[in-house]
Design a protein around this ligand. Structure first.
Ligand SMILES: O=C(O)CCC(=O)C(=O)O
Ligand SMILES: [Fe+2]
Length: 267
């Protein structure tokens, strides 16, 4: 954090009792950088999802690209990106990921519950995005116990053309924390967006950047709480700090705002 005079009043994390239309508009327009909603789902729903996931087989993201390793349950499109294109392997993985989530035997669809929470006040559809008419994955459970490197997420830069059958005018990252460590595990967000010179800082072969890419930028750190949801603008560089203690498990997916006002999700 810099001096008070270095603070951008729009670079803030807002806490709210629910995701209201204005919070999503503020995120999209850059009037805030993150919105957190404590107790986004009931303690019972949270415990049901976590109880099922604790016994579930997590795999790692491709470790050449994601190091230190991050575990996940379900499919993420980033593992199926080949030179800016979604590889065919993604679609089979989406099907098996859906089946793996069904096999957990939950009494509700956790990603639907999250979309409903995001859409409580939103005046248009909140649904899973499509590509070539096919529904994308709903999301993943991620476990970055050793942290995420400093990185940004931006489908417009990561994929050639439109990832979804829509023109996205803003993107958000959604996380719902189900289990949190006693120490560490903060999500840090910097007031810095990609610029071409940043490529000098890229870790070879990795999704991440050397942390000095965000050297002088203003930042905030958010300590996750069980049951809390976070929506933020992932074009701002961000990282998750390594943690000790309990597993750090969150549901996660990306959200895009389309040029006709729909919120479209993908994992
Ligand atoms: O786990 C988190 O808090 C953030 C993970 C992340 O990099 C993202 O949601 O884009
Ligand atoms: Fe990210």
């Amino acid at each position: 954090m810099g001096n008070a005079c270095d603070h951008d009043p729009y670079f803030t994390a807002v806490t709210a009792s629910e995701f209201q239309r204005r919070h999503i508009a503020d995120l999209a327009s850059g009037r805030c950088a993150a919105v957190r909603v404590p107790d986004f789902i009931s303690a019972g729903a949270c415990a049901e999802i976590l109880g099922a996931l604790l016994g579930a087989p997590f795999d790692a993201y491709g470790t050449a690209r994601v190091y230190p390793p991050v575990l996940r349950f379900g499919v993420g499109v980033s593992d199926h990106r080949r030179e800016g294109v979604v590889a065919d392997s993604y679609w089979a993985a989406v099907d098996s990921g859906r089946q793996a989530w069904r096999d957990l035997g939950l009494s509700f669809d956790p990603f639907l519950l999250c979309r409903e929470g995001i859409g409580r006040e939103w005046p248009n559809k909140v649904e899973i995005g499509r590509r070539g008419g096919r529904e994308m994955g709903a999301g993943v459970a991620r476990e970055p116990n050793q942290g995420f490197q400093v990185h940004f997420d931006d489908a417009l830069r990561e994929f050639t053309g439109n990832l979804l059958d829509a023109n996205l005018v803003a993107q958000f990252a959604f996380n719902l924390y189900l289990s949190v460590p006693e120490q560490g595990g903060e999500t840090v967000v910097w007031r810095h967006r990609w610029s071409p010179a940043d490529e000098l800082y890229r870790l070879p072969g990795s999704y991440g950047y050397r942390s000095d890419v965000v050297d002088a930028a203003e930042s905030f750190a958010l300590r996750p709480r069980v049951g809390e949801a976070l929506l933020f603008d992932p074009r701002n560089y961000h990282a998750v700090l390594p943690s000790q203690g309990a597993r750090r498990i969150a549901l996660g997916f990306a959200v895009g705002l389309s040029d006709n006002g729909e919120l479209l999700t993908w994992g």
